[in-house]
Design a protein around this ligand. Sequence first.
Ligand code: ADP
Ligand code: TRP
Length: 325
Amino acid sequence: MRILSGVQPTGKLHLGNYFGAVRQHVELQKEVGADCFYFIADYHALTTIQDAATLREHSLDVTLTYLALGLDPERSVFYRQSDVPEVTELTWMLSAVSGMGLLERAHSYKDKTAKGIKPSVGLFVYPVLMASDILIVKSDIVPVGQDQQQHVEMAQDMATSFNAAFGREVLVRPECRLSATPKVPGTDGAKMSKSYNNIIEIFESGKALKKNVMGIKTSSVNMGDPLPTDGDTVLELYKLFASADELAEMEQDYRKGAIGYGDAKKRLLAKVDAYFAPARERREKLLADLSYVEDVLRDGARRAGEVTRATIDECREVTGFGRIR
Ligand code: ADP
Ligand code: TRP
């Protein structure tokens, strides 16, 4: 069973990335028969980051984050998307068999341009590049957060269109796998996202973390009055970390008016801080051994390249271009 997922190097990873995606990625490594491919989606990031040093810095940061959170390079192939340029060749082939209507229905393009991101051709074609990432390794399962589900469905359509156009079952239709928490709210209550300025970073600590958690938007309730439990961001985030008993206690305190938002946020803060402390320590160690980190990426590129070259050769053959190896 082949599994693939990617994360864009567009900034520091946050709780949404972790509970929506990365935690699942790490857990799936342990499943029997799982053949995991995880990558840094740097071609995708080029639509928003057009500064070489910043792109490099973010790519390193995503790598350190994955390794610190438990990605095991022995079990998983971990690589930079731009180290396997065959994905861009397949992107072109898929573009040729994809209707405009399919791409025009993409929510993420509309959401991103509505948020002020420049509507470039690359941003519009992005689901084709993403389909290529998935199809080029013949992934069966794609573990992502809810916002990416539509893109995986588009990849299914493109696999079908490609196979139908060329009359051969070359590409595999992937299935989307959502985590138990596919839509983590940000500090403003909307979906947590690097592009929405509402994130709590995984590796934030001390004053910065405190400022962020204490700044979570809440409703206005008089001291001593019960707090609403429905749609409360503090409670939603606390759920990600707390045991069933701790959650029940917090909910009871909300209902009885036994806690104010300040104290609820302090409980959440303590949880976030403690939960990621071991990973923070691992990250520090990795930072002191960057040649190991580079080795991981080099080895990942080599292993991913074997798979992507085999697929592109098949695709070249059925399209009529012919193999180049
Ligand atoms: P961002 O929206 O912050 O730019 P990405 O698009 O790079 O994040 O997402 C990387 C992965 O994390 C994807 O699988 C995505 O679905 C998941 N993800 C991002 N934000 C959230 C969220 N708020 N809740 C759940 N999953 C999320
Ligand atoms: N589009 C994804 C995101 O923004 C990242 C991504 C690129 C991806 N290619 C992928 C995720 C392939 C899963 C599979 O989060």
